[in-house]
Design a protein around this ligand. Structure first.
Ligand SMILES: [Ca+2]
Length: 469
């Protein structure tokens, strides 16, 4: 101001008025710029601290190589592929070899060795996810989320206390077991279709119904609490059933492969509808979408180049097609090579939700957010895969190496029963050079085998007995 007055003495009135005006304009502009800069900064902070919605799409029995984004050639999955391309492909995302153990691992952040869920919980079973387990839905509910499951639970239903509404879900819709009839929703002559634990008689193809409920929950939830929506589709699990319109695009495929193509096309359409609902509700920009299979595909699913199928602890059983999508947060168009397990989502999602990880039971999973958004490096020294037979048949991955120790020639519930002497007592593979696990290098690397066996025995120490026994 002082300099302004001094210089003004040398000017005529018009010039002085102009300079005054110009100075005030500049001052106003600077203040305006400062104000908006501060506003944008505050909005940025608010955006950073705003809790993301979480939509977890779990596909049942999807083959590793059946979607276009992961090498599939003969089935059209445009909606899934678009999301994968916009997000980051999780190239080494491990799951358990069958349904219930993967679901319990996701829900608890703990390996089957801790929960006792090594194998499938069958209809009428008098057991389920132990009631002392805290679920991902419990943790997110405590963090202020509204929580919903639309699809397959598969963690026990024999008492209300085991059903989703008692395990942290505000809303439940869908079925409690696997392999339901897609049209009648019956399994073993019993209706397996519920809303909030009450049996429902509904017309419709289950993939359509699961998507419709998911979309309706998204649209009702808009501008309300942050949402955790768990969508475990029963597609593309057998029985191979789909409305004819979905198979018409596949004149070159035959039999169950053709049906599977149609079933996956219906799931792809459903994923597109869910994304469209998130967009319509104005939620897409603040939603983390995770996509994974619950285990490798059984035939006629394809797991190329991985060895074997569902129910196996070879990669074809436990290595899932997966990606994460969140605009501006998950890097777009990237492939993350670091290895992770589905147990990792528990601490990762609870962390993103600002929830508490303080709990009585120890968590095996690790926060993979730094890996996904920055380093690409796995936080794990070792990742465990346990067979449906329990700890006597297990695998461990450390870096590029995988060790399998087995007490039997086959896995239980083997999807490729004709194979005999499938497992040797000890096998070692280099997955970087041999992703198809064709060359057992155990005898050539005795020291590595000893080191990995030691690590495996640490992970299997104190393994609990199988549930239901
Ligand atoms: Ca499955």
């Amino acid at each position: 101001m002082w300099h302004f007055h001094l210089s003004c003495n040398l000017k005529d009135d018009a010039t002085i008025q102009h300079m005054k005006k110009s100075f005030l304009q500049q001052l106003f502009q600077k203040r305006t710029v400062l104000f908006f800069t501060a506003l944008v900064f505050c909005m940025g902070l608010q955006a950073q601290t705003k809790k993301p919605n979480i939509v977890f799409l779990l596909i049942d029995d999807l083959g590793y190589a059946d979607c276009g984004f992961n090498g599939g050639k003969d089935i059209l999955t445009p909606n899934i592929d678009k999301l994968a391309k916009e997000g980051a492909i999780l190239k080494n995302h491990y799951v358990q070899p069958v349904c219930s153990p993967t679901r319990s691992a996701l829900m608890t952040g703990r390996y089957p060795t801790q929960t006792g869920i090594y194998t499938v919980i069958t209809p009428g079973a008098q057991w389920g996810l132990p009631l002392n387990e805290r679920t991902l839905a419990n943790a997110l509910q405590e963090a202020g989320y509204s929580t919903a499951i639309t699809g397959k639970w598969h963690l026990g239903d024999f008492e209300k206390a085991y059903q989703p509404n008692a395990r942290g879900f505000d809303h439940q819709y869908g079925h409690f077991f696997g392999a339901i009839d897609y049209f009648t929703h019956v399994r073993n002559n019993q209706m397996d279709w519920y809303r909030n634990g009450m049996t429902l008689k509904e017309e419709g193809y289950s993939t359509h119904l699961v998507a419709k409920e998911a979309c309706s929950l998204i649209e009702k939830n808009a501008a309300s609490k942050p949402l955790f929506l768990y969508v475990p589709f029963n597609g593309v699990h057998s029985p191979f059933q789909v409305p004819d319109q979905y198979t018409q695009a596949y004149p070159n495929l035959e039999g169950n492969r053709k049906k599977l193509a149609g079933m996956l096309a219906a799931v792809d359409e459903a994923v597109g509808q869910i994304v469209a609902s998130l967009k319509k509700a104005g939620m897409l920009e603040n939603t983390l979408i995770i996509f994974s299979s619950d285990n490798g595909g059984p035939p006629p699913g394809k797991n190329t180049p991985l060895r074997d199928f569902k129910a196996s602890i070879y990669e074809g059983g436990t290595h899932a097609a997966a990606f994460a999508h969140w605009p501006g947060h998950v890097p777009s168009g990237k492939t993350i090579e670091g290895a992770m397990h589905i147990i990792d989502w528990y601490p990762t999602l609870v962390g993103l939700a600002g929830g508490s990880l303080k709990q009585a039971l120890p968590i095996d999973g690790k926060d993979v957010w730094p890996m996904i958004t920055k380093s690409g490096k796995s936080p794990h020294k070792a990742i465990l895969s346990v067979s449906t037979r329990g700890p006597s048949q297990a695998a461990i991955r450390m870096g590029d190496w995988k060790l399998i120790v087995s007490d039997a020639n086959e896995s239980d519930g083997d999807a490729q029963k004709k194979q005999v002497k499938k497992y040797e007592p000890v096998s070692l593979f280099n997955l970087a050079e041999d992703p198809g696990e064709s060359k057992n290098l155990a005898s050539a690397h005795p020291e590595r085998v000893a080191e990995m066996r030691k690590e495996l025995s640490v992970l299997l120490k104190n393994a609990v007995a199988p549930g239901g026994k």
